[in-house]
Design a binder for this molecule. Structure first.
Ligand code: TRP
Length: 338
């Protein structure tokens, strides 16, 4: 049985939080352990430069942090090729060829890039690399001939642009060298964990995240500060479950659904205090996150070994990429000298 190739990755711009874990990392580990796939997991440092060009120190530091997060959640370098984008020599070359198969107007229409540009307030100074990063992302995916790309909903436009580029490429050059990938998206309603303040998005800039590296005290403190129901003032008041972050988290972290329903009923009827509820959430989160935190601390004891793991993974990934690039060069006809 040939294994299906899946590829995904993260920009190294900070440590990963439990939103990444719930929305993506957990699923990656399950796919890895299913034995049905050959996973390529990429730390997208080159892409991180598209909006952090003047902050290479941040990217370098985050590279190790992300690698530790990967290992901590159970990504396994013996089952997955974990590698670093900048070390794959074929990527800028393939990106350059793709760049001529997409129009500037098409790039400006990408809705995710559009909203990121607004958020980041680039003004008149949008880096060219930022506007074109979906093209480089198409290269990331196609150089490994990935058929599946597990990502968050916000990455859907990137997959669409990748598919268009593959069609254009295969149309322009003979041999159907490149493969059209499909995105694998989180089940509806499970894609995104809200921040502890109730904001729909967990992010570093909003300072509302819980990190895989947070210690037990920090986790407890953050849960205790969680947004609940502003109308639930006295314990005996009837409380609201909708939009109450503690219940959103319980739905995800507490596998005992009957118990969660009982807590919801009790809360809505009145008589269940926020603190008691939060203590329960701390317990169930701690049960899932403590082993991750512990493994993370163990790997962090030997950072040279973590870097070596990335180096080995990058070397293996490079070989796969180079095989595709030979086909790409031959299809385009730039293999002039044999
Ligand atoms: N754009 C992705 C993010 O911001 C990271 C990424 C880069 C990626 N290249 C990729 C994801 C290829 C999937 C496939 O998280």
């Amino acid at each position: 049985m040939t294994k299906e190739i899946y590829l995904t990755g993260d920009r190294p711009t900070g440590k990963l939080h439990i939103g990444h874990y719930i929305g993506s990392l957990k699923n990656r580990v399950a796919m890895q352990n299913s034995g049905q796939y050959h996973p390529f997991i990429m730390i997208a440092d080159t892409q991180a430069f598209t909006d952090n060009a003047r902050n290479p120190e941040k990217i370098k530091q985050s590279l190790t942090e992300v690698a530790l997060d990967y290992l901590a959640v159970g990504l396994n370098p013996n089952k997955s090729t974990i590698f670093v984008q900048s070390q794959i020599h074929g990527l800028p070359e393939l990106t350059e060829y793709f760049m001529n198969l997409v129009s500037v107007a098409r790039l400006q229409r990408n809705p995710t890039v559009k909203s990121e540009i607004q958020q980041k307030a680039f003004g008149e100074s949008i880096p060219a690399g930022f506007l074109t990063y979906p093209v480089s992302q198409a290269a990331d995916i196609t150089i490994f001939k990935a058929t599946k790309v597990p990502v968050g909903d916000d990455q859907e436009p990137m997959i669409e642009q990748t598919r268009e580029l593959v069609r254009s490429f295969n149309n322009a050059y003979p041999g159907d060298v490149l493969v059209e990938p499909t995105g694998v998206f989180p089940p509806k309603g499970q894609g995104r964990l809200p921040g502890i303040d109730g904001n729909a998005k967990m992010s570093k800039s909003l300072n509302n995240g819980i990190y895989l590296s947070d210690d037990a005290d920090t986790l407890a403190k953050k849960v205790k500060s969680m947004y609940t129901d502003p109308l639930h003032i006295n314990i005996d008041d009837p409380g609201h479950v909708e939009g109450n972050v503690v219940f959103t988290y319980l739905d995800i972290f507490d596998s005992d659904k009957v118990r969660v329903q009982r807590l919801k009923d009790h809360y809505q009827a009145g008589g269940l205090g926020d603190m008691k509820l939060k203590k329960h959430l701390i317990d169930v989160m701690e049960a899932e996150l403590a082993p991750i935190r512990q493994r993370r601390a163990e790997y962090a004891q030997d950072l040279p070994a973590v870097l070596k793991m990335l180096q080995d993974g990058s070397q293996r990934a490079n070989q796969v990429a180079e095989t595709t690039m030979q086909e790409v060069r031959a299809a385009i006809g730039v293999n002039y000298f044999g």
